[in-house]
Write a protein that binds this ligand. Sequence first.
Ligand SMILES: Nc1ncnc2c1ncn2[C@@H]1O[C@H](COP(=O)(O)OP(=O)(O)OP(=O)(O)O)[C@@H](O)[C@H]1O
Ligand SMILES: [Mg+2]
Length: 250
Amino acid sequence: MSKCPPDAILSCDGLSKSFGAIQALSDVSFWALPGEVTALIGDNGAGKSTLVRCLVGVYEPTTGTLSMAGKANPYSTPDEARNAGIETVHQNLALIDELTVAQNLYLNREIVWRLGPFRFLNHRAMRHGAEAMLSRLSINVPSVHQRVRRLSGGQRQAISICRAVGAGAKIVIMDEPTAALGVQETANVEGLIRKLKEEKVSVILVSHNFDQVLRLADQVWVMRAGKVAGTVRAAETTGEHLVALVTGAA
Ligand SMILES: Nc1ncnc2c1ncn2[C@@H]1O[C@H](COP(=O)(O)OP(=O)(O)OP(=O)(O)O)[C@@H](O)[C@H]1O
Ligand SMILES: [Mg+2]
């Protein structure tokens, strides 16, 4: 297995995680380079989501070290990970249906103005900020006043990604962001991932779609039964080779 490069933005070494008798991860060493799209593939139950949850402070690993930009164990909770610049976009995303696009984009980091002891929501600043964020990523929604409930799956996914980037994330981790999307919506989210890369945001992408991985990723990590089965540069591999690594035929 190749050694962790010194400029890795996020890495782990010797990571294991068990849930009672279930060993979900054993001795996983993984790294992602800054500004790259790093894909994580593997069969159902291979340990991808567990690894992602360890990387973002949701699970405390049973053993192993995590490093961000050379700093060991930089955080231990999801909030601390977020403050360190890591945002996660889940498949079943945490948007609030009854709020508008702008309100969702500013959820938990509302802009307020103060008058003596009072604080008021600065709707105008949030509306302008929301419009700027959406246009930066070329995201099409009818209006920032639209309730999220009325958006399509792809638009919702785009809003979650936009929120992650708007929060200043240096690393965005996406666990199967297009699993529930149609062809056009998948293409839009893939376009958004390319845009993040242009903006020097590092992306870690969990995907079952090998064509998508070959289209988007720079580095591909293959997991099998809780272990790393291999890692390859996307430009130097093929769909057949990835299938062989995933199934254990390689
Ligand atoms: N909270 C948990 N408690 C007990 N076992 C768990 C828990 N989370 C995951 N596991 C187990 O750990 C293993 C890895 O699961 P994980 O969800 O990480 O796989 P995955 O690669 O993300 O699979 P999928 O492609 O289906 O999403 C599985 O055997 C799973 O049953
Ligand atoms: Mg999973």
